[in-house]
Design a protein around this ligand. Structure first.
Ligand code: MG
Length: 160
């Protein structure tokens, strides 16, 4: 058996008037991630971790910004396509771990829903997906034109 580890990172500004979709879950919140797709930084980080582990192109190369096909697209669709490509390479997804940091919504109340949703999208069990929420402690405000942002970092393990 060969094991491959991959890492992924993503960040999006949080702006008013955007649906707040994180980890594939829509959270009631006055701001949401801005982006060409739905801006779900959690799913984007998970996707890049999977692509990295499988030795495939990164997310931005597969789904270029500005492609009208992916305008406001649910990132679940992108992640499902990434999982398909990883599986075609002969890999099985062993587990996913992801940290999401934001001064937007509290993540903890939505953690289980995110784990379940990511598991569903990838076709793996909820226990093989972990999500941890962190506060940015106000540190993002100075660096983001929008005043706040969401950042996500993920790691995954594949076996073949
Ligand atoms: Mg992104």
């Amino acid at each position: 058996m060969t094991y491959k580890v991959g890492t992924g990172f993503d960040s999006h500004p949080m702006v008013a008037g955007r649906p707040c979709v994180l980890g594939g879950v829509t959270i009631p919140h006055p701001t949401g991630p801005a982006g060409h797709s739905d801006g779900d930084a959690v799913l984007h980080a998970v996707a890049d971790a999977l692509l990295g582990a499988a030795g495939l192109e990164d997310l931005g190369s597969i789904f270029p910004d500005g492609d009208p096909l992916w305008k406001d697209a649910p990132s679940a669709k992108l992640l499902r396509e990434v999982a398909r490509r990883v599986i075609v390479e002969g890999y099985k997804i062993v587990n996913i771990d992801v940290v999401v940091a934001t001064d937007g919504p509290k993540i903890a109340p939505h953690r289980d829903a995110m784990r379940q949703r990511i598991g569903e999208i990838l076709g793996i069990g909820t226990r093989d997906v972990n999500v941890k929420g962190k506060s940015l402690e106000g540190l993002a405000a100075a660096g983001s034109p929008a005043g706040t942002c969401v950042v996500a970092q993920s790691v995954c393990l594949l076996e073949r």
